[in-house]
Design a protein around this ligand. Structure first.
Ligand SMILES: Cc1cc2nc3c(=O)[nH]c(=O)nc-3n(C[C@H](O)[C@H](O)[C@H](O)COP(=O)(O)OP(=O)(O)OC[C@H]3O[C@@H](n4cnc5c(N)ncnc54)[C@H](O)[C@@H]3O)c2cc1C
Length: 381
């Protein structure tokens, strides 16, 4: 097959764009993926108990984009799923984001009623109020509530997640955690919320399953492509087609300006001899233990067995080639470094870059699928 487009990476970004080009434009696409599986961070598999496990942490699909939903439904079956998260706070498991139900769990009925009345007097039912806004309220009780949520829900979680000291956190910049004036315990409020019945890997395999797509696993971009004097070479021959790159720009340009820093996670899976281990898919532990949260996969994908698999997430430093880059550390110095890489991209007319790594941003799954649509329409049709 004569290749006319190279796609680097088989996460949602790479797989959606490869599918659109193969199916709609009849392009001959080579997808190279350095890992031994497709799907990137969304990769999942059935374990020996037949429980679907998300290898890189829990992935819940939620979106308001109807076109993204219509596109995905071509590749498999989806089941409705409404995500619920509990937080272990002062010895109790309370709904997160923090809402009126959480208030009633943690405070005496008289105090909870007072908070509820004051919130409803000042804000509409359903409003999501950043804790920072409440911290600046004229009302002493609302300030007390905001301080409580900041300390007990946000502060220590952030300290663990980013490996910083509490006094290094600037409240005025970071205190975006909301208090929700509602009794709706769902974590997301998007119009469409679901999970793929057989997991994300199957959806992505189906996207890539096209005669015009050739997939090479365990193959790094640098194994097959080379950039010399602003020209691409594929398998040693000059290549004039598009190279669509969804990996990190620092890796693409051989770390010329240094590494783009990330935070990583040590993911510890445990098998438990119980039907269910906890009451929700995810329980956050802001103030106890070294891990930030526990996920129980059976709540996400129901399974009939007497075992359950849980996942504890321990945030850690990212080290290139040792662990996975999860969350970009978006401080000025790193963004400036990223801009230098972006400048290099501009000078290469055949290169298109996008996705969570290439854009050095946190994107949800629906965002990268939408990005793939935009890139397809603006640069590749
Ligand atoms: C812990 C965690 C939980 C999340 N939960 C949710 C959630 O609940 N809901 C949601 O919508 N989103 C969630 N996300 C976000 C979701 O993971 C991303 O939106 C999605 O993975 C982005 O897809 P991508 O293709 O851009 O990147 P990736 O999935 O990272 O795919 C990039 C691929 O490129 C490959 N690659 C990189 N460099 C090279 C190279 N040089 N050569 C060859 N291959 C290369 C990688 O191996 C990888 O397979 C979560 C993210 C994290 C970190």
């Amino acid at each position: 097959m004569k290749i006319d487009t190279v796609v680097v990476g088989s996460g949602f970004s790479g797989s959606v764009i490869a599918n659109l080009l193969a199916l709609r434009e009849n392009r001959r696409v080579l997808v190279v993926e350095k890992s031994n599986h497709v799907g990137g961070n969304c990769y999942d598999y059935r374990d020996k108990n037949s429980i679907i496990i998300h290898k890189y942490g829990p992935h819940l699909f939620h979106t308001d984009y109807k076109d993204v939903v219509d596109f995905l439904e071509q590749f498999g079956e989806f089941e409705p799923y409404q995500h619920r998260v509990l937080g272990f706070i002062d010895g109790k498991y309370v709904p997160l984001p923090f809402n009126l139900n959480s208030i009633y769990e943690l405070f005496s009925p008289a105090l909870a009623t007072k908070f509820e009345e004051k919130l409803l007097k000042n804000f509409e039912y359903g409003a999501k109020i950043p804790v920072l806004e409440l911290l600046e309220s004229d009302d002493e009780d609302l300030r007390f509530l905001a301080e409580f949520v900041y300390e007990k829900v946000f502060l220590n979680y952030t300290v663990k997640q980013w490996g910083v000291k509490p006094d290094e956190i600037d409240k005025s910049v970071t205190a975006r955690v909301p208090i929700v004036v509602s009794r709706d315990d769902r974590y997301f409020h998007d119009r469409y919320q679901f999970v793929p019945k057989e997991g994300y890997t199957q959806i992505i395999q189906n996207m890539l399953n096209h005669p015009n797509i050739k997939l090479m696993l365990q193959t790094n971009y640098h194994d097959v492509c080379e950039l010399k004097d602003d020209n691409f070479y594929l398998f040693g021959k000059k290549f004039d087609g598009k190279v669509i790159y969804t990996g990190g720009l620092d890796e693409l340009f051989k770390y010329e300006f240094g590494e783009l820093p990330y935070r990583s996670l040590n993911l510890v899976f445990q098998e438990k001899d119980v039907q269910y281990y906890q009451k929700a898919s995810v329980v956050n532990y802001p103030n106890s233990y070294d891990f930030t949260r526990i996920t129980e996969f059976k709540h996400i994908h129901p399974a009939h067995c007497n075992k359950s698999i849980i996942l504890k997430e321990y945030p850690q430093e990212h080290k290139t080639d040792e662990n996975i880059p999860y969350y970009p550390i978006l401080v000025d110095e790193n963004l400036k470094k990223y801009e230098k890489y972006r400048e290099k991209v501009k000078s290469l007319k055949n290169l298109v870059v996008f996705g969570r790594l290439a854009e050095y941003r946190y994107f949800d799954m629906d965002d990268v699928i939408k990005r793939a649509f935009e890139i397809y329409e603006s640069e590749l049709m």
